[in-house]
Design a protein around this ligand. Structure first.
Ligand code: PLP
Length: 417
């Protein structure tokens, strides 16, 4: 069901050409040029192993879950729940029940804000966020603050894109109830010192919600080692399908979290007078879930485990160093986000060239990069920018991809500026 035979041929030791062969889209062309896909922070491409697992599931095991007493529904339910356990094991959860399937990071954070924050926060309570958050780790907390009278406290960033830890520690206090922070910034690439952040929050009795969207695809995550309370991530950024993601929550905190969406499958019983809810994680999975998406996410986890996250991290670190050196040599180009601890994100601006125009010209060369505010407008405000261009790396990128990027930028500058 999970494509084990395909996965068994995954590379050892890390062999990028073999990895690339697993991703059919990487051998396609754009505007007649070989595709150089460098928008992985937005979404990653999918390996055959994930695509095959979903096709196989639809062809031979598909039915709705947790409902039918018939064979097929039992098999589908087993596959869905097996995927939950795989995802849980991958991020180091203590039990499968600590993983809630959601449609992605955004829904996972909204679930915590609504279901936990709504019941536990009141006027004067403080929620600490950072200036580097993605909008999906800002807006739900703003909405919660509006409903409850809680207040937001914002940790600033330094000009290299690192978090001002001195300011963070200063902002924590007896009213701090929640700390909501990105594991890794999607706009700058900064990897935050999570253990230090979490320990300091716990020392003042706060709950920590980690936006792990840009962490899980690039390094080994162990939620128990981090000791975070909630951890949210998206399947589509880790080589799985769109429409599925997960929220990890410590069992005792999920217990204290109220339902987010109401409907079928999340209840024990319903009368017009009273409804009682299931235990976590099913309490948070109202309606028919993305069953095949979960199976695909399980296959993505198998794929990554087969390669080994330590090797992924080491490989991408080397690529980042290489790409940084190349871009630093380009006249008029300034990197935005140069913290010492970074993942494979190269955000940059070019004097006199609008990032959107640059993105369009790079596309003509087959190079897919993002241009915009990256759903992190406070980051742009910090640097006094409206937008940056962003090349973001994944395990299938190569030094040659970065050579093409670096060779295309001066051509674009000549054309545009
Ligand atoms: N958080 C971060 C750091 C992200 O990079 C993203 C997506 O770019 C999100 C949250 C939102 O993820 P999704 O759109 O999958 O819910």
């Amino acid at each position: 069901m999970s494509g084990d035979s395909d996965i068994a041929r995954a590379p050892s030791p890390f062999d990028v050409e073999r990895v690339r062969a697993d991703f059919p889209i990487l051998s396609t062309t754009v505007h007649g040029k070989p595709l150089v896909y460098l928008d992985n922070a937005a979404s990653t491409q999918k390996p055959r192993q994930v695509l095959d697992s979903m096709r196989r599931f639809y062809e031979s095991d598909y039915a709705n879950v947790h409902r039918g007493l018939y064979q097929l529904s039992v098999r589908a339910t087993e596959a869905f729940e097996a995927a939950r356990c795989k995802v849980g094991r991958f991020v180091g959860a203590e039990s499968c029940g600590e993983i809630v399937f959601t449609s992605g990071t955004t829904t996972a954070i909204n679930l915590v804000a609504h279901g936990y924050g709504g019941d536990h926060l009141g006027p004067g309570d403080e929620i600490v966020l950072t200036e580097m958050e993605h909008h999906s780790n800002i807006v739900p907390w703003q909405m919660l603050a509006g409903r409850t009278g809680a207040e937001l406290r914002i940790v600033p960033i330094a000009d290299d894109g690192s978090l001002r830890m001195d300011e963070y520690e200063r902002l924590l206090g007896p009213r701090t109830r929640m700390v909501c922070v990105a594991h890794t910034s999607n706009a700058l690439g900064t990897r935050n010192p999570m253990r230090r952040i979490i320990d300091a929050a716990h020392a003042c009795g706060a709950i920590v919600v980690v936006d792990g969207a840009q962490g899980v695809p690039h390094e080994k995550i162990d939620v128990r080692e981090l000791d975070c309370d909630f951890f949210a991530f998206s399947g589509h950024k880790m080589f799985g399908p769109t429409g599925i993601g997960a929220l990890y929550g410590k069992a005792e905190l999920l217990e204290k979290t109220g339902p987010f969406l109401g409907g079928g499958e999340m209840i024990h019983s319903v009368t017009f007078d009273e409804t009682t809810y299931k235990d976590p994680p099913h309490r948070f999975e109202a309606g028919t879930p993305d069953i095949t998406g979960a199976v695909g996410l399980g296959a993505a986890v198998d794929y990554l485990e087969q390669i080994g996250m330590d090797r992924v991290e080491a490989y991408e670190r080397d690529l980042l160093d290489y790409g940084t050196r190349l871009l630093e040599e380009i006249p008029r180009l300034t990197l935005v986000g140069t913290a010492a601890e970074k993942c494979g994100i190269l955000s940059f601006v070019i004097d006199g060239v609008h990032p959107h125009d640059l993105g369009t010209v790079l596309d003509m060369e087959g190079v897919a990069v993002r241009a915009g505010h990256h759903c992190a407008q406070p980051v742009m405000d910090h640097f006094g920018l409206a937008a940056t261009a962003r090349a973001s790396l994944a395990l299938y990128n190569t030094r040659e991809d970065l050579d093409v990027l670096a060779a295309s930028i001066p051509k674009a500058i000549e054309l545009l500026g």
